[in-house]
Design a protein around this ligand. Structure first.
Ligand code: C2O
Ligand code: CU
Ligand code: CU
Length: 553
């Protein structure tokens, strides 16, 4: 088995440095603060403090970091160590995918490709440890999917060649190195994979949207930094169990980002690229949550635009939204925020749940105690800002939304086999159907072409898990037993929220919930296909909250 190792040696804690003109002390572990319930505030880049939002949002252009690369032929991708100025004026060790096309160099390119086209690329591993790329959301043959067993060693090469058969939408790609996904993705190995089709083009046309100007891919991530402004990733037992949380929030790798907007409609392709943080997103002006319109989820456009005031976005999920910045006057600011919510870490284990807590912890459940011991000063469920939109003068353009965006054909579930997927906890790790991951163990077989219904249940005593399938998309049929904060957003029938609509590959399952999804296992690849199903809390994934399933030909 591969040895887990640190990619970089980071400088220690409790040092003093100047950043953004301020002198600050990075305490590294804010344990006592969190336990005392005293939030540690006002560090530079604290996302809670609105006045910190002054860095111009990084917007993808035609090359360079996050450059939009219209795939025109075979590519050579190199995964390697680099450095990147994540915090202003400070270089941090970072990992990047580098490639070029037509003489232009790209780092972590945003691939854009037409539905039906072929994607051909070689991956060269220039890291000091194993890696592999997974195309999140794409229907590829298992051999092209970046299964953990495909991981290549340092100096190794992997050849990808597959047809992009997904409908238009906002997909992404990231490392899937066996037991190293969390650490490598955190250090940079992830970006977008946009698929175009006629439905996408007609939306862009109807709303006069342009990628990189009014159509903005926006990856949201939370990270920790040390006193020198270098990325910090040091999960202890607590964070390995609960997930690694950051206290600086990056939008397109920009901390405390601000973007100027004119009074018109923007499309934001939101991707939660965080290791473990769930966001409860809302656009807020003053104290009012403004309306926004969801037009797409993980697997492309939904049927109709749906207007809401908030939505959860879990690691791995995407939400394509339209936001009308004309809801504010020039000179006003709007914040894309994550609103406060109950993180539900080990809900039910405290005194209220009756199972009793840890002795001496005042009845605090194990999960809550662990969460409070996290090294992040920004606990899961805290309220903070993600992005500031400052409205500037410009022509008021009122968008006419198309009534129909696309057709999402419901999977026919008559006669579908039902399968139980039970999430649980045991020996300080999270399990699926009682198992931890073994690379060569197949949890179950499904028949090619079969339609199944998976009833994914999460015990009350646990934490939220964003469950993700490789190789296929699914449809969410129903949410049962949702906690009040989710039930309050269930406006779409069968307990579903806006994030459940359309074609999905990742679905958040809260403690106490059973989420019923349906999957059509039809494919046209020769032979058996083995994929993984796992939690997209990346520490959970690496910790073994993953199974193999095989689609038998
Ligand atoms: Cu984006 Cu296996 O994951
Ligand atoms: Cu995936
Ligand atoms: Cu999980």
């Amino acid at each position: 088995m591969l040895q887990r190792r640190q990619l970089f040696q980071f400088a220690g804690v409790a040092a003093v440095a100047g950043a953004g003109g301020a002198t600050w002390m990075y305490l590294g572990a804010g344990r006592s603060d969190a336990l005392a319930g005293v939030p540690f505030r006002h560090y530079p880049f604290d996302p809670v403090a609105a006045e910190n939002f002054r860095q111009k949002l990084f917007i993808p252009v035609a090359s360079g970091p996050f450059g939009v690369l219209d795939v025109a032929g075979p590519l050579k991708i190199r995964a390697g160590a680099a450095s990147f100025p994540l915090l202003p004026g400070r270089e941090s060790p970072f990992l990047l995918y580098q490639t070029e096309q037509s003489g232009k160099a790209y780092q972590n390119p945003i691939f854009r490709i037409e539905c039906g086209a072929r994607f051909t690329a070689s991956l060269d591993n220039a890291l000091a440890e194993p890696t592999i790329i997974h195309w999140h959301g794409l229907h590829t043959p298992a051999a092209m999917d970046g299964h953990p067993a495909s991981t290549i060693g340092p100096g190794g090469r992997f050849a990808y060649d597959f047809k992009v058969s997904n409908r238009g939408g906002t997909y992404w790609y990231h490392t899937h190195a066996h037991e190293l996904t969390a650490e490598q993705a955190y250090h940079g190995l992830a970006s977008f994979f946009l698929v175009d089709d006629d439905d996408q083009r007609s939306v862009s046309k109807a709303l006069d949207l342009q990628l990189g100007i009014t159509d903005l891919p926006l990856v949201i991530q939370d990270k920790q930094f040390d006193a020198q402004g270098k990325l910090l990733y040091k999960p202890g037992a607590h964070e390995a169990m609960m997930g690694w949380l950051g206290d600086i929030v990056l939008a397109n790798l920009t901390p405390n980002a601000v973007q100027a907007v004119t009074p018109r409609t923007y499309r934001l392709r939101l991707l939660n690229g965080s290791n473990a943080r769930i966001y409860r997103l809302a656009f807020v002006k003053g104290r009012t949550a403004l309306d926004f319109t969801v037009i797409g989820t993980d697997g492309g456009l939904i049927e109709r635009p749906e207007t809401v005031a908030e939505a959860f976005l879990a690691p791995g999920e995407r939400l394509d939204v339209l936001f009308d910045a004309g809801q504010a006057q020039p000179g006003e600011d709007i914040f894309l925020k994550s609103l406060a919510f109950d993180a539900m870490e080990n809900e039910g284990e405290g005194p209220a749940g009756g199972a009793g807590g840890m002795p001496g912890m005042g009845g605090m459940g194990m999960g809550r105690m662990m969460a409070s011991m996290s090294s992040s000063r920004l606990p899961l469920g805290a309220e903070f800002n993600v992005l500031k939109l400052s409205v500037t003068a410009g022509e008021r353009i009122v968008a006419k939304l198309p009534v129909t965006l696309s057709r999402v054909k419901p999977i026919r579930t008559e006669g579908a086999a039902q399968r139980k997927i039970e999430l649980s906890m045991g020996q300080m790790r999270f399990l699926i159907n009682g198992r931890t991951y073994h690379m060569d163990e197949i949890a179950f077989d499904v028949k090619r072409g079969a339609v199944e219904i998976w009833n994914i249940s999460n015990p009350t005593m646990g934490m939220p898990h964003p469950m993700h399938i490789h190789g296929f998309s699914f449809q969410v049929l129903e949410r049962i037993g949702s906690p009040p904060q989710v039930a309050a957003m269930a406006r779409f029938g069968q307990g579903r929220t806006v994030s459940d609509l359309g074609w999905k590959d990742t679905v958040l399952v809260w403690p106490g919930e059973t989420v019923r999804v349906t999957i059509d296992f039809a494919h046209d690849f020769p032979g058996d296909q083995t994929y993984v199903f796992h939690c997209h809390n990346l520490e959970h994934e690496d910790g073994g909250m993953m199974i193999n399933f095989r689609v038998k030909a």
